[in-house]
Design a protein around this ligand. Structure first.
Ligand SMILES: Cc1cc2nc3c(=O)[nH]c(=O)nc-3n(C[C@H](O)[C@H](O)[C@H](O)COP(=O)(O)O)c2cc1C
Length: 341
């Protein structure tokens, strides 16, 4: 076992970055002010909104916090498949009062613009998923002394991230809520967080952060004993008062059980763990004919947005880890106290 130490925060807890408006400035700063590391999930944010959010967090805490981005991927575009998917999605759009599937709208340079903001704002820590930074991007962060964390779902991915110069690796177990970060070609590893942490920490020097299904101090201690230097928690922070999650999403998480989650591809084209709902059940049979991420993500974005505005969780992506059953609606300070005591 390598002598890896965690010095970034007082409490070895990272609030998982969660793109989609959940990581408000209040959530991120409250975690950092409670001795953990708050993270901004900025994957879908415009550069201007990201800059404003970073500045708001800086006004609310003097402690370290992180920003997280999605490494861009180049999907194979099959126009016929996109047309077939639009036909399948149309009835859901109609149910929400929209008469067509909107044309795809996206900015191909979004990552570069977001990354420029991260550098300009000199954030203390940066994490990423779905791949790895280019050497020049890694060097730019290192020259600013930014602590860099990549996401791995296997030993090979952890080794790759270590070689590319990451300061720590987030070991994403199969229990974790949200998208799988797997990025090595044709591989789809599904290892429990504890096993993944053990394997990586026994073989490599890189500090390991455990992610997936962690809610309590006992869960955290299991991961630290397995070799993790810290834990990354997502779902349990969604039900904290400061999160940006809607009331209906919180209610479903609070009454959910681990068996209510499943791996779903039809929302975004990338496998994600979330609560099963009408959309995931009815679209499941089309999994193999779903356009790759981010095309499917773009195709369903207006539907999910409208569903959220209309309070219709049956058409929303309700990402959740398997640590359901003992979540508590409380403030970040109260939740962090249960982990620090
Ligand atoms: C709603 C939601 C959104 C997420 N978005 C991101 C993201 O943008 N980037 C990322 O690296 N991880 C993302 N994740 C993963 C979390 O950062 C964290 O690793 C994961 O939630 C840990 O598992 P848990 O939910 O069982 O605690 C997301 C998870 C959830 C639940």
């Amino acid at each position: 076992m390598p002598e890896a130490h965690w010095k970034l925060t007082e409490v070895p807890v990272i609030q998982g970055p969660m793109a989609g408006g959940y990581t408000t400035a209040e959530l991120v700063s409250a975690v950092s002010n409670s001795g953990g590391l708050g993270s901004i999930g900025a994957g879908y944010m415009s550069p201007d909104s990201l800059r404003l959010l970073i500045q708001k967090v800086k006004n609310l805490t003097t402690r370290p916090f992180a920003v997280n981005l999605f490494i861009p991927t180049s999907p194979a575009v099959d126009l016929l498949q996109v047309e077939r998917m639009k036909k399948l999605l149309l009835p859901f759009y109609r149910e929400l009062g929209m008469d067509s599937v909107p044309e795809l709208s996206y900015d191909p340079d979004l990552f570069q613009k977001q990354f420029a903001v991260v550098l300009e704002e000199k954030v203390p820590a940066f994490s990423f998923t779905f791949g790895c930074l280019k050497p020049s991007e890694m060097a730019a962060l290192k020259s600013l002394n930014v602590f860099v964390m990549g996401t791995a779902t296997s030993l090979e991915e952890a080794e790759y991230l270590q070689k590319q110069g990451c300061d720590a690796v987030v070991a994403q177990g199969l229990e974790a809520g949200g998208h799988r970060g797997s990025f090595l070609d044709g591989k789809f590893p599904l290892l429990p967080a504890k096993n993944l942490v053990q394997e990586i920490s026994e073989r490599f020097q890189i500090p390991v952060i455990a992610a997936g299904g962690i809610v309590s101090k006992a869960d955290m201690q299991t991961m630290l004993s397995a070799g993790a230097v810290a834990v990354q928690i997502g779902t349990a922070f969604l039900v904290c008062h400061e999160s940006g999650a809607s009331q209906e999403y919180r209610d479903l998480l609070l009454k959910g059980k681990p068996k209510d989650t499943e791996l779903i591809k039809v929302f975004s084209g990338r496998w994600s763990r979330g609560l099963s709902n009408r959309f995931s059940r009815e679209m499941k049979i089309h999994e193999t004919d779903t356009p790759d991420y981010p095309i499917q993500h773009w195709l369903t974005t207006p539907l999910r947005k409208k569903a959220q505005e209309s309070g219709r969780p049956e058409f929303q992506s309700l990402w959740s880890g398997q640590g359901l059953g003992s979540l508590r609606a409380c403030s970040v300070a109260e939740y962090m106290a249960t982990l620090s005591r």
